[in-house]
Design a protein around this ligand. Sequence first.
Ligand SMILES: *[C@@H]1O[C@H](CO)[C@@H](O)[C@H](O)[C@H]1NC(C)=O
Ligand SMILES: *[C@@H]1O[C@H](CO)[C@@H](O)[C@H](O)[C@H]1NC(C)=O
Length: 295
Amino acid sequence: MRNLILTWTFLFILHLTKEDTSVQKLSAPEKHFLVLMCSDASHVDWSHGLERVIASRRGKQVSYLDQSKHQLLEDGHLSIKDLQESDAGEYYCNRQLVADITVLKGHNFTVPEGTTVYLPCKTSDKMKQRWAFKRTLQSRKEFISTLYKNSTVKKERADPTLRFTHTIDHLTISNLQLQDSGLYLCNNREMAFLTVTTESTEIENSSPDINKYLTVAVLLALCILVMVCVGLLFVTIDWKSRRRRNIRKETEPADIASGLQLQRMSNEGPWMLDTHEDAVSFFLHQSTAKDACSI
Ligand SMILES: *[C@@H]1O[C@H](CO)[C@@H](O)[C@H](O)[C@H]1NC(C)=O
Ligand SMILES: *[C@@H]1O[C@H](CO)[C@@H](O)[C@H](O)[C@H]1NC(C)=O
């Protein structure tokens, strides 16, 4: 019983800590690169999957599984170069899931709603990068933003929630929406045709709900357990005081017989008991109720 309570408490805490971590779902094209963030800087272990450690830092000492692929940056961030199919999957920093990477191929990308996509601009123009969008091939072109040589970015389209980030390396679209589907052009060259799908968000939306129900269920179970324990504690105290009263009575000769009778009945079994008082005493002799409350 005590183990059960401990297990529940442990699962509950585990569940709470799990909810705090935010896993980034990123898609980037083949041959491009990505930088993943990690908060801890002095002592870092990056792994691809839980077991395959790819980069570690212990103070000044840094080690890599494949240095041509991975690089640890100043603040514990990890850079992954020349993305290949084999680089897809989950990345953990200090055993905490940080990112889930999808490597995109070709120019027609299908990406789930709510995730983040990286679109590189392949241009020879050293003066500026100008991203544009077309909902369909026939649609009118809408300019998204321009990045000048002096690093200034001029936004050319409303972006109230700052989902579009334009850097020298790529255009990043976070929290992808269905209406982001369409053709993306950089300096008038077609870079990618994006199709945003809803499939993965259904799973994402349903799991927090399940988590919420689980939290409520665990809390309810704990409340009930506490109530049961407190109830049993009262019964125990009550029974002890009654027994003390009985022992006191036993010193009077008239009651010796009934005291012995009670003891005998308790040993024989529940079907022999007829009064409520005796039932309680039998229950407490046999059950683990006291153990349950002695945490
Ligand atoms: C990519 O998508 C566009 C628009 O849907 C389509 O016209 C084109 O044929 C597709 N290309 C490939 C290689 O699938
Ligand atoms: C950067 O260059 C652009 C275009 O040449 C200009 O409009 C802008 O004012 C410049 N910004 C800065 C900070 O110099």
